[in-house]
Every structure is written in structure tokens, then in C-alpha cells.
Design a protein around this ligand. Structure first.
Ligand SMILES: Cc1cc2nc3c(=O)[nH]c(=O)nc-3n(C[C@H](O)[C@H](O)[C@H](O)COP(=O)(O)OP(=O)(O)OC[C@H]3O[C@@H](n4cnc5c(N)ncnc54)[C@H](O)[C@@H]3O)c2cc1C
Length: 564
């Protein structure tokens, strides 16, 4: 298969994407896994501090472990951090290992764990899983050159159990102790993930610690660690711009520290010859089937490819970043699949970008940011959403930031939802975006905003339905950014669009696909059509719009006003 630049595979637009019939999975929370969904009232317990946030529990548990000594086996557990370079927990563990090794025998190994139930419950996308499994294979090869073994472990319970279950934590402990072969105390290190399931998973693992089994977690996923930036009152920021100004100052300061990006060891850690045993595991068809047959392949999933992508972008397209929204070009970095799965750290992305910007993270007046600085600002949005996730754990439990909007009177219209999912709404720009998503697993930020706005505001469908559809179809699916993006577009989230801001599909279409090339490529029925932008226009072979734009706008305003 011929490939375009990484992240934008060349795909024939007439390739029929596979669509999978079970739409109900997007319309409800999965009660097989989430038997007691949280309510807004209970979510508020995190706000009024009557329930401890998992991040605080972890902080407390972690501090108890820091003094652990006499370790004989070090195990780094890879999760969303599939890299060696600038991997904080891994490199910290390697440093500790080196010290212990000077005093006596010690071993170092790594693990990656598979639990298909997590993938099912989280609606993880086939694109992302395939990309991650390829990344694990490449990582295993890379680690073997450093004399570090990587073991791929598969949790296969009889019952549907998530990683946050006690059974999972017990299984993990027993697998680690088996690998350690009774050599003495074992220390497992890992980088934090900020979804609630993942944080409670780590709490459960901590609960299993004893003299033989230790656990330590590190912040790694953000440029600036969650919990670092607070308002004058010591609370979490709810608005991006003041938070971003603090973020700039912090990053500018941190960049002076030579350890801002952690360098990996230059030499193998021992003389031991290690061969990576390719895991005997194929992605089951229930996940892999979401990738269209004969269509594009996932981008090369290696650290080297991630660095190449960054360096090509910084040498070229970043200087035209103001044009990133243009739909046919998609001139943004396409780094998201690498960042989401942790093949490159955002500290590296920022550090390299700042070099291109003469050392300044942003302009004094951020409204005058250069294109490179605007790119850095977008990376900051990712941190912003992760900080929010960490502070308001209910955001990853399907509860909106604005509790009152949980009672919004969304339309219960499955047919309209299916039309949206399949790119058959009769609104050319929306259909082009949705079909591209199905075919390639990637659409750019502007496309996400256009289609999300259309779904929540013009179709007045529950934003969570769309959020779940995106999870299943994006190669870069990241819960915090996805929930953040949907919250923004549906006006239910932190620092979101005001409810009355409803994107005009016709204007968006004309502005971001002026010649209609994107639409004609992805909606071949319109390839000979002159006017592809106008909302309501009878077109042969193409259905007319499923909503009346003006009326849908009025209905949305009325529905929001009723609640707000
Ligand atoms: C409804 C909606 C859903 C989204 N879902 C996701 C998702 O699941 N995963 C995801 O990574 N991003 C998501 N985003 C954010 C954004 O659209 C993507 O990060 C971006 O399109 C990825 O392309 P890029 O790497 O070329 O971006 P670039 O513009 O080159 O940005 C570089 C990096 O910065 C980060 N970034 C950029 N914009 C944002 C943003 N608005 N919010 C958070 N991080 C950002 C990403 O890590 C991105 O890779 C969503 C946005 C919306 C509106």
C-alpha cells in the first residue's frame, strides 16, 4: 500500500469503509463493565472533598513506597508510554538499578499488559490498538539492544474484569513475582495515566504491596505535571488562557534545567544477550475489523518514525501553521498517534519547537504568537485537559463538567445518529469528514469541531454518543483530549464554547474547503457537482440534509436556554 506522509495515508476515497451495526454501544454506558454508574451528586463529592481524588490517593501511596530498599528485580511496566527516550519512570528505574547493581546482583526487565476487557469497555479503536501493538514489537526490539527484556502479558479472566479490579492487580503482582523468580524484593515502576479506571488500577496495585512487592508511579504524560499550576486561591484553573500564561512561565523556567528531557543510557545495561520474543498475539477481529480492508495501513509505530515526523514538521509545515485548519491539506503535525501512545514525549516536542522559535515558548502578548508558538499552544491544550481530568475525576466517568447539562433534553434519534456516523446526513462537509474518519482513522482538529458541533447542536444528540464514536474510530484516541474536545463543542465541558455559538456548516465549508476538493474526494456522489457547500440544495444521487439548518439552530438555542 502506497503511503503519504505519516498519519495521512493515501486512500482511495471510493474504498467502502466498514460500518459496524451495533450502534447501541455508543448510545449507552456499557453496564457489563460499569454496573454502578456515578451520578452528578456523587461526582460532586470529589468537588466538596468528601471523596478523595484518585490522584491524591496515589500521591499518598507513592510517598510511602519511595523509601523501599534492597531491590533485586526492577520491572518497568509500559502503559501509555511506549518509548525509551525521555521516559521518566523507565529512566528513573534504570538509574536506581545501576546503583543497586554496584552492590550485588540485580535484574532489570519490562512488561506490557493486554486486557481485552479494558479495550471493550473503553471502546478503544482498532487503529490505535494495531498501532500500539506494532509499537510494542518495535519497542521490544529496541530494548533487546539495550539488554532489557520486554514480556507481553495477557490477562484472560473468565469474567469481564477491568484493569481497576482487584483480580487484575493480584494477577499483575503474581506475574511480576513469577518473572522475578524469587530473587528478592521486586520494584515495579510505571508512568501515571489520568483516566479514572487507570488511576484506580494503580491504587489496587499499591494495595497489594508488601515486603516482596513494591510499586512506584511517576508523572510523565504532560509537559507540566498535573497539580502544578493553581490559581491564586490554590484551585484548578477552569479557563485556558490564564492557565496557559502560567504554563508558559513554568515551561520557560523548566527548559533551563538540563533534565527537562531525560536522556537514555548510551550503552546496554549489561552483557546479557536478550532476544525479543515476538508475542504470539494477533489483534482479535472484533477490534481489527474497524480498519477497512485494503485501505491504508497504520503509520510506522516506532520512536524513530515519531522523531522523523516531528523534525520534518518543524523544518516545513509548522511555518504555515496558521493554515492548519485547511481541510484538504491538513497542515498540522500529525503527531497525535505518536503522542497518544507515548512514542514521543510532549516535552521533546516542546523543547524542539522552542529551538525553532528562538528560545521563546510564546510571544509576550500571546495574541502575537508566531506559527511555531501557536503549535506549542496547541500542545498545551493537551496538558490543560489532562490537568482537568486529574482534578475532576468524574470527567472520565461520562459526567459533564457543567452538571446542569447532564439533564439536557437531547433528542433520542437513533436514525439521525446513524446517518451522522456513516456520513449520510446530506450535509456535504459533515459527510466528507465522517467518511474520511471511517476510512483513515484520522481527521484534523477543524474537522472534529465541525462534525461535533453539527452532531450536538444541529442534530441535538447527546455529545457522549459522538464522543464514544470517536473513541472507536480515532487512531489518536485519548480520553482526556476527546472528552475535552467534545465538552468544548457541546458547551458541556471546561472552558467550552458558549452554548449559543453554533458553527454555520455552509460558512465552515466555504472557509476550510474553499474549492470543495475535500468534499469531492470523500463524497464521490458530488464529484461533478459545482456547488458542494450550500446546505439545502437538491443534488442528484445525494440525499438532502436531514435537518433544516435555521430550525435546528433555533431548537438548540431553546434546549440549552431551558437548562442554563
Ligand atoms: C471533538 C474533538 C475530539 C478530539 N479528540 C482527540 C483525541 O481523542 N485525541 C487527541 O489527541 N486529540 C483529540 N482532539 C484534539 C485535536 O483535534 C487533535 O489532537 C489534533 O487534531 C491531532 O492532530 P495533529 O497531531 O496534527 O495536531 P497538531 O495541531 O499538530 O497539534 C500537536 C499536538 O498537540 C495536541 N493537541 C492539538 N490540539 C489539541 C486540542 N485541541 N486538544 C488537546 N490536544 C491537542 C495533540 O497531542 C497534537 O498531536 C479532539 C478535538 C476535538 C474538537
Amino acid at each position: 500500500m502506497k503511503r503519504g506522509p505519516v498519519g495521512s495515508p493515501i486512500v482511495k476515497s471510493n474504498k467502502k469503509p466498514k460500518v459496524h451495526g451495533d450502534y447501541e454501544q455508543y448510545m449507552h454506558l456499557n453496564t457489563t463493565y460499569y454496573t454502578h454508574p456515578i451520578t452528578c451528586q456523587k461526582a460532586n463529592n470529589f468537588n466538596n472533598q468528601s471523596r478523595k481524588k484518585p490522584v491524591d490517593l496515589l500521591k499518598q501511596l507513592n510517598s510511602k513506597q519511595e523509601k523501599s530498599g534492597g531491590i533485586k528485580t526492577f520491572i518497568h511496566w509500559f502503559r501509555g508510554d511506549l518509548r525509551v527516550h525521555d521516559n521518566r519512570a523507565l529512566l528513573e528505574a534504570l538509574e536506581q538499578f545501576k546503583k543497586y547493581k554496584e552492590q550485588g546482583p540485580a535484574q532489570f526487565l519490562t512488561i506490557f499488559t493486554i486486557n481485552e476487557h479494558d479495550w471493550r469497555a473503553h471502546l478503544d479503536s482498532g487503529w490505535k490498538l494495531k498501532f500500539q501493538l506494532n509499537a510494542v514489537r518495535n519497542l521490544g526490539e529496541r530494548l533487546s539492544k539495550m539488554s532489557i527484556p520486554l514480556h507481553v502479558l495477557h490477562f484472560q479472566p473468565e469474567d469481564p474484569l477491568l484493569c481497576s479490579s482487584g483480580e487484575y492487580a493480584s494477577w499483575l503482582k503474581s506475574e511480576c513475582l513469577k518473572l522475578a523468580k524469587d530473587s528478592g524484593p521486586t520494584l515495579v515502576t510505571a508512568n501515571l495515566q489520568y483516566g479514572a479506571d487507570e488511576q484506580y488500577r494503580d491504587v489496587k496495585v499499591f494495595e497489594r504491596c508488601d515486603a516482596k512487592f513494591k510499586f512506584q508511579v511517576f508523572h510523565d504524560a504532560c509537559v507540566i505535571d498535573p497539580g502544578t499550576l493553581a490559581t491564586g486561591k490554590g484551585t484548578q484553573y477552569t479557563v485556558f488562557t490564564p492557565w496557559y500564561k502560567k504554563w508558559i512561565a513554568e515551561v520557560q523556567e523548566d527548559l533551563k534545567d538540563s533534565g527537562f528531557v531525560k536522556e537514555e543510557p548510551e550503552k546496554p545495561i549489561s552483557d546479557q544477550k536478550v532476544e525479543f520474543k515476538n508475542p504470539d498475539y494477533e489483534l482479535p477481529s472484533e477490534f481489527a475489523n474497524y480498519i477497512p480492508e485494503g485501505g491504508p495501513e497504520v503509520p510506522e509505530a516506532s520512536e524513530k518514525a515519531a522523531f522523523q515526523q516531528l523534525s520534518d514538521f518543524l523544518k516545513g509545515k509548522v511555518h504555515d501553521y496558521e493554515k492548519k485548519d485547511h481541510l484538504p491539506d491538513e497542515g498540522s503535525s500529525h503527531l497525535s498517534c505518536y503522542i497518544t501512545s507515548g512514542l514521543i514525549s510532549t516535552r521533546v516536542v516542546v523543547k524542539e519547537s522552542v529551538k525553532e522559535s528562538n528560545g521563546a515558548v510564546a510571544a509576550k502578548d500571546v495574541r502575537k504568537n508566531s506559527p511555531v508558538q501557536e503549535f506549542i499552544r496547541e500542545v498545551a491544550w493537551r496538558d490543560f485537559y489532562k490537568h482537568a481530568f486529574s482534578n475532576w475525576p468524574f470527567l472520565s466517568m461520562d459526567i459533564p463538567y457543567h452538571f446542569e447539562l447532564n439533564d439536557m433534553n437531547w433528542r433520542d434519534d437513533k436514525e439521525a445518529f446513524i446517518s451522522w456516523c456513516e456520513g449520510k446526513t446530506g450535509v456535504p462537509i459533515v459527510d466528507a469528514i465522517m467518511r474520511k474518519l471511517l476510512c483513515t482513522g484520522y481527521i484534523n482538529n477543524r474537522a472534529r469541531m465541525i462534525t461535533a458541533s453539527f452532531m450536538c447542536k444541529n442534530l441535538l444528540l447527546d455529545y457522549r454518543w459522538g464522543e464514544r464514536w470517536f473513541r472507536k474510530h480515532l487512531i489518536d484516541f485519548d480520553l482526556a483530549s476527546n472528552v475535552g474536545g467534545w465538552g468544548f463543542c457541546s458547551s458541556t465541558g471546561i472552558d467550552s464554547q458558549p452554548y449559543f455559538r453554533i458553527l454555520n456548516m455552509e460558512l465552515q465549508s466555504k472557509k476550510f474547503d474553499p474549492k470543495g476538493d475535500y468534499i469531492r474526494k470523500w463524497v464521490p456522489e458530488l464529484k461533478d457537482c459545482k456547488d458542494v457547500h450550500t446546505f439545502h440544495l437538491a443534488r442528484k444521487g445525494y440525499k438532502s440534509a436531514i435537518v433544516d439548518y435555521k430550525k435546528s439552530r433555533e431548537d438548540a438555542l431553546a434546549a440549552y436556554r431551558e437548562i442554563i
